[in-house]
Ligand binder design. Structure first.
Ligand code: SIN
Ligand code: CO
Length: 378
């Protein structure tokens, strides 16, 4: 990835400059990040996705009578007839992970790979009727809000008071104090760091794409890693059973022996001290595909002779020792490691590069192709 070239997508900043000055720090409004932007999906195509039961979608309706509950939230799937008419003001349909469902949106996602893949979450698309929005709120993650069609008025503020209104079906800030306001046109983009308060209201019909990032919570990560390491421990550590030839006769038989406590502690420290086990488990965890992804096994694949690319549901990462793909780890070295890392970074290997793989690596990639993790390069 070229990180020093100025990009229109970042308003003429290079990825290196953007990351240094703005990422995770402060908002950036980019006019015409994608000049002449046309929506990648028509409104009806988005509605079709929202009708699928394997796609996560939500409907937010603002109700005129604020004395009652002003917000209504429903979860999909939605038949077209279960959605409000387009002429009705104040509703929004949000469809999650469209990058996993549509090649055009997947290609858009690729433009944001100056952020490490391990941080990328998904591309959500929202359709809003006039006046629609999800109310003033904050997100816990970095997000690029790309206006794909129509206009949306964003108000944003870096407020510290993040208390939420009680009794709402959505996260709505109790006391939103906007500091800046912009109207985004098709092709404009707003970057927001985590916890920045924002409220986007459609001016006429509009569609917004949210390129969102994930940041693991440390406790959740520890839980996942401990569980993953526990599963691998039997292979990683030679068996060692507790021994107590020095144990004295117990005057207080219910008291847990201090040696047994120390033995338990040592068992955990041994597992945590093994840098290989920890980094392998982390890579496997981070490369787990999204829960909505199903790979289509290929019955008669023609092999690697045409070149290969990642299936759009595949997550592939690597570290100094391992390559991780869809929750599994493989050790690679030499030329194979170089080529397979190239596949992870670029998302494809052409026919010539595939021909340079060792027979063992070619066989492994052939298996990934068969289980639908890779596709033949078109
Ligand atoms: C939207 O697209 O309507 C909401 C996006 C957001 O505020 O995070
Ligand atoms: Co938001």
């Amino acid at each position: 990835m070229q990180v020093d070239l100025p990009l229109p997508l970042l308003g003429g900043l290079s990825p290196a400059q953007f990351m240094k000055r703005y990422w995770h720090k402060k908002p950036l409004l980019i006019r015409q990040a994608i000049p002449g932007m046309q929506p990648l999906l028509e409104r009806n195509e988005l509605m079709d996705l929202a009708a699928r039961d394997d796609v996560q979608s939500r409907l937010v309706i603002q109700q005129g009578d604020a004395a009652k509950q002003p917000w209504r939230l429903r979860h999909g799937p939605f038949t077209r007839r279960s959605l409000p008419p387009f002429k009705q003001a104040g509703w929004t349909l949000l469809v999650q992970s469209v990058d996993l469902l549509d090649t055009r949106v997947q290609d858009l996602r690729e433009q944001f790979r100056f952020v490490p893949d391990a941080r990328l979450d998904d591309v959500m698309i929202s359709y809003a009727s006039d006046g629609g929005g999800v109310g003033p709120h904050f997100d816990s993650y970095d997000v690029f809000l790309l206006q794909a069609q129509g206009q949306r008025r964003w108000r944003i503020g870096r407020q510290k008071d993040l208390r939420l209104q009680e009794g709402m079906p959505l996260k709505i800030l109790a006391d939103f104090t906007p500091e800046q306001e912009f109207v985004l046109e098709a092709g404009d983009m707003l970057y927001l760091p985590p916890r920045y308060a924002h409220d986007g209201v459609a001016q006429g019909e509009c569609m917004t794409y949210s390129i969102g990032f994930r940041a693991p919570d440390q406790v959740e990560l520890a839980q996942a890693l401990l569980q993953g390491m526990a599963e691998q421990l039997a292979d990683a550590m030679p068996p060692k059973r507790y021994r107590d030839p020095e144990q004295l006769a117990a005057e207080c038989p219910a008291h847990i022996p201090a040696n047994l406590q120390a033995f338990a502690q040592e068992a955990l420290f041994r597992a945590l001290r093994d840098p290989d086990l920890l980094s392998r488990t982390l890579g496997e965890h981070l490369s787990e595909p999204a829960s909505a992804v199903w790979f289509q096994p290929q019955e008669s694949v023609c092999g690697l002779e045409h070149g290969i690319c990642l299936d759009r549901g595949t997550r592939m990462l690597y570290d100094a020792k391992y390559v991780f793909i869809n929750g599994e780890s493989f050790e690679a070295s030499g030329r194979d490691a170089h080529l397979v890392r190239q596949l992870a970074d670029r998302h494809f290997l052409d026919a010539r590069e595939c021909a340079r793989l060792s027979p063992g690596a070619a066989q492994l990639l052939g298996q990934w192709l068969e289980c639908g993790w890779l596709q033949v390069l078109q």
